[in-house]
Ligand binder design. Structure first.
Ligand code: HEM
Length: 322
């Protein structure tokens, strides 16, 4: 997606990157557990030292290869490369001696590392959770399809400009993200001694925010464990959905997820197209006839479905060739 498909080794690079992303999440989870043991965390870090050194080195090699492939392509094709991707554009700035801001190779690699670790599995997980909830709630699925048909018609796919006119769709996305935040925990280091909910928190302490619990707190949400998109159509709950103290799938404050808009536009285009065009026949799922998506969560630092979401898409409407 980001470094488009024109590099020769693209599939291989993407596969390597996916593997590395999941290894680094695994490592991050282990390091987070080590942190719980205070000064004894050093033992855990010592135990993980090989991985701690190895993962960044492998990322560096991977991105160096991708950079080299893009540089070779730029040499071959000259300044007028067709369909430039983000990496091509950054490389132009990198090689431009007159550029206002000079980029280093390390900065470019770090930027892509952020995009990959922050932006790939999170968005994919969100799409699966949203579609899973919709498939498991056929009445919501039907209502959403009717909304799309009435606003967009049956001749074209939904585009970004339609989203403000699809309140039920927005409510479904919000509700699924409330129940299944792909990043359920995030942290902050306290810069000063402070008091929080009656507890004294010393400076330097790492605080973990539990977005999952906050967004299922029965003191805040009625029937907190149920998928009820309609709640976000009510003024009171819709206001809760804009309140960054209680609705936090993307975190909040100055370290809030910078990829919110990008992931929303991916979620919007993919989920609406999947609902507009297909019915989903779940294979080997839950329930007496195996037709429900199993919504159990896999353990890890990000929140993914534990069991694969296996289903056959059955064409409902061929909007693509309309
Ligand atoms: C559904 C998809 C996504 C979810 C649920 C999500 C969620 C989050 C959360 C909860 C945080 C921590 C925020 C905080 O500490 O307050 C975060 C940080 C971050 N996200 Fe996302 N994210 C998503 C997609 C993306 C995308 C598409 C990108 C980039 C293309 C991205 C890049 C980042 C980065 C770089 C950070 C660290 C920001 C910082 O520390 O200043 N995320 N994300």
């Amino acid at each position: 997606m980001i470094m488009s498909a024109r590099c020769s080794g693209e599939d291989n690079q993407a596969e390597k990157c996916r593997g590395l992303v999941s290894e680094s999440f695994d490592l991050a989870a282990k390091l987070a557990v080590c942190n719980l043991f205070g000064p004894l965390k050093r033992i855990g870090i010592w135990y993980l030292r090989k991985k701690i050194a190895d993962v960044p080195k492998r990322y560096d090699e991977l991105f160096e290869n991708v950079l080299l492939e893009h540089e070779e392509k730029a040499k071959r094709e000259g300044p007028n490369i067709e369909n430039k991707d983000l990496m091509d554009i950054l490389l132009e700035v990198y090689h431009d001696e007159n550029a206002e801001i000079r980029l280093t190779r390390k900065q470019m690699k770090t930027f892509f590392l952020d995009l990959f670790t922050g932006g790939t599995s999170t968005t994919a997980d969100a799409i699966l959770w949203i579609l899973g909830e919709l498939v498991n709630h056929p009445a919501a699925y039907k209502k959403l399809r009717e909304e799309i048909d009435s606003v967009v018609g049956t001749e074209r796919l939904v585009d970004e400009a339609d989203i403000p006119n699809l309140p039920y769709f927005q409510a479904c996305v919000k509700e699924a993200m409330r129940l299944h935040p792909p990043v359920p925990l995030f942290d902050r280091v306290c810069r000063e001694n402070c008091k929080l909910a009656g507890y004294d928190i010393p400076k330097g302490i790492t605080m973990i925010m539990n977005a999952y619990s906050i967004m299922r707190d029965p003191k805040i949400w009625d029937n907190p464990n149920d998928f009820i998109p309609e709640r976000f159509l009510k003024e009171e709950d819709n206001a809760k959905g804009q309140n960054l103290q209680i609705y936090v799938p993307f975190g909040g404050g100055r370290r809030m997820c910078p990829g919110t808009n990008m992931s929303s536009s991916l979620i919007n285009s993919s989920v609406t197209a999947m609902v507009q065009c297909f019915d989903w026949k779940v294979v080997g799922g839950d329930g007496p006839d195996g037709s429900k998506v199993n919504m159990e969560t896999k353990a890890g630092v990000t929140m993914s479905l534990d069991k694969p979401f296996m289903s056959t898409p059955v064409l409902h409407r061929d909007v693509f060739s309309a």
